[in-house]
Design a protein around this ligand. Structure first.
Ligand code: COD
Ligand code: ATP
Length: 301
C-alpha cells in the first residue's frame, strides 16, 4: 500500500512548460509512465460507471474486481516507461508491438489470466510512445502534437494492423459478426474518440467549473454515445450496443453532469447495465486515455 500511495500522491509539476523542461529523458519517461498508471486508476476509481468495475462494486463482471485491476496496473508500470522511451528513440512499430505483446503477457500473469487492460495497453501505450516522440522533437506537449506524432511515425502500420485470420479474441469475433470496429480502427485513425470526443467533453465540463469527477463522467458518457465498443457487442450483440448508445445519448442530451439529477440517472444506468450484463469496457479504456492526454498536457491528473 505504501507503493500505491506513492503512485497516487499529488503531482507537484503541472504546467505544460514544465513537462517540456530540460529534465533528463529517463525522468521524463518515468513521469509519463506514472501519469499513465494514475490515469488508469482515475478511470477505475470513478463511480458510478454503467456496468463497469469501480472501487465500489464489480459492475457486470464476475471474473474480476478492483483488486485485479490494481494488480494489473502495478505490473504495467515498467511497460509504459519502456514504450515512452522506445517512442522517444523513434522505434519502429514492430518494436512497439513487441512491447505491447509482452505487456499483455505480464498483465495476464498478474491477473491469473483475466483481461483487465488489453485495450489500455494498446491505447495508452501508443500514446506514451507518441509523447516520447514529441519530447525527442522538442515539441511542446499538446493533444494535437501527440496525435500528429502518432500518425506521422506509426500511422501506416497502424492502418494495416488488421485481425489475423485465426484470432479468437472478443474484438475479432465482434468484427466478424457485427462489423464492430473497436480498438484497431481507433488506433488506425489516431484515436479520434480520445481527441475529438472524450477530451473536448472533459475540458468543456472543467471549463464550466463542474470539477474533475463530473468532467470524467461527461467524457465517459460521450464516449459511450459515440464509439463502436467490441466489449458491448461481445456481451450484448446489436441490441446491447443500441441500448448503450441510446442511453448514453439521452444522458448527454439532458445536459450530462449539468443536470440536477445527473448522479441518480447515472446510478440508474449502472443498475440497468448490470441487470443486462452490459459493460462498456472500450469506453472505459478510452476514458483512461483521455485522462492521460489531459494530464500529460499539463491538466489536473
Ligand atoms: C488491437 C488489440 C487491442 C486487439 O484487440 P482485439 O479487439 O482483437 O482483442 P480483445 O477483444 O481481446 O481486446 C480489445 C480491447 O479493446 C478495448 N476496446 C473495445 N472497443 C474499443 C474501442 N472502440 N476503442 C478502444 N478500445 C476498445 C476493449 O476494452 C479490450 O480491452 C490488441 O490485442 C493487439 O493488437 N495487441 C497486440 C499489441 C500491439 O500490436 N500493440 C501495438 C503497440 S502498443
Ligand atoms: N473499469 C472497468 N470495468 C470493466 N472493464 C473495463 C474497465 N476498464 C477497462 N475495461 C475494459 O473492459 C475489458 C473487459 O474485458 P473482457 O474481455 O474480460 O470482457 P468480459 O466481457 O468480462 O469477458 P467475459 O465475457 O469473458 O467475462 C478489459 O479489456 C478492459 O480493458
Amino acid at each position: 500500500m505504501a507503493e500505491l500511495s506513492a503512485l497516487l500522491a499529488p503531482r507537484t509539476v503541472r504546467t505544460p512548460a514544465t513537462v517540456a523542461a530540460p529534465v533528463g529523458d529517463r525522468k521524463f519517461c518515468r513521469r509519463i509512465a506514472r501519469l499513465a498508471v494514475r490515469s488508469l486508476y482515475a478511470e477505475l476509481a470513478l463511480y458510478p460507471k454503467p456496468g463497469l468495475i469501480s472501487l465500489v462494486d464489480n459492475g457486470s463482471h464476475e471474473d474480476m474486481t478492483a483488486e485485479t485491476f490494481l494488480r494489473s496496473m502495478f505490473a504495467l508500470r515498467r511497460y509504459f516507461l519502456d514504450i515512452a522511451e522506445a517512442g522517444m528513440a523513434g522505434a519502429p512499430f514492430a518494436e512497439l508491438k513487441r512491447l505491447g505483446l509482452a505487456a499483455e503477457e505480464r498483465m495476464l500473469r498478474a491477473t491469473l489470466g483475466t483481461n483487465t487492460h488489453r485495450g489500455a495497453i494498446f491505447c495508452l501505450g501508443l500514446l506514451s510512445a507518441a509523447i516520447g516522440r514529441c519530447r525527442a522533437a522538442g515539441a511542446c506537449l499538446s493533444p494535437g502534437a501527440i496525435r500528429n506524432a502518432l500518425i506521422e511515425h506509426w500511422g501506416t502500420e497502424l492502418g494495416a494492423h488488421s485481425v489475423d485470420a485465426g484470432t479468437q479474441s472478443h474484438g475479432a469475433k465482434a468484427l466478424r459478426r457485427y462489423a464492430a470496429t473497436g480498438a484497431r480502427e481507433e488506433g488506425a485513425r489516431g484515436f479520434p474518440s480520445v481527441f475529438e470526443v472524450g477530451l473536448p467533453a472533459l475540458r468543456r465540463t472543467l471549463g464550466q467549473g463542474r470539477g474533475m469527477r463530473r468532467a470524467r463522467i461527461d467524457a465517459l458518457f460521450s464516449l459511450m454515445a459515440h464509439i463502436s465498443d467490441t466489449n458491448v457487442y461481445h456481451r450484448g450483440g446489436i441490441n446491447g450496443a443500441l441500448t448503450v448508445r441510446s442511453q448514453a445519448r439521452a444522458f448527454v442530451a439532458r445536459g450530462g453532469s449539468a443536470a440536477p439529477d445527473w448522479e441518480a440517472r447515472a446510478l440508474a444506468r449502472h443498475r440497468d447495465f448490470v441487470a443486462a450484463r452490459l459493460s462498456p469496457g472500450g469506453a472505459a479504456d478510452l476514458l483512461g486515455a483521455v485522462c492521460f492526454v489531459h494530464a500529460a498536457c499539463g491538466g489536473e491528473g
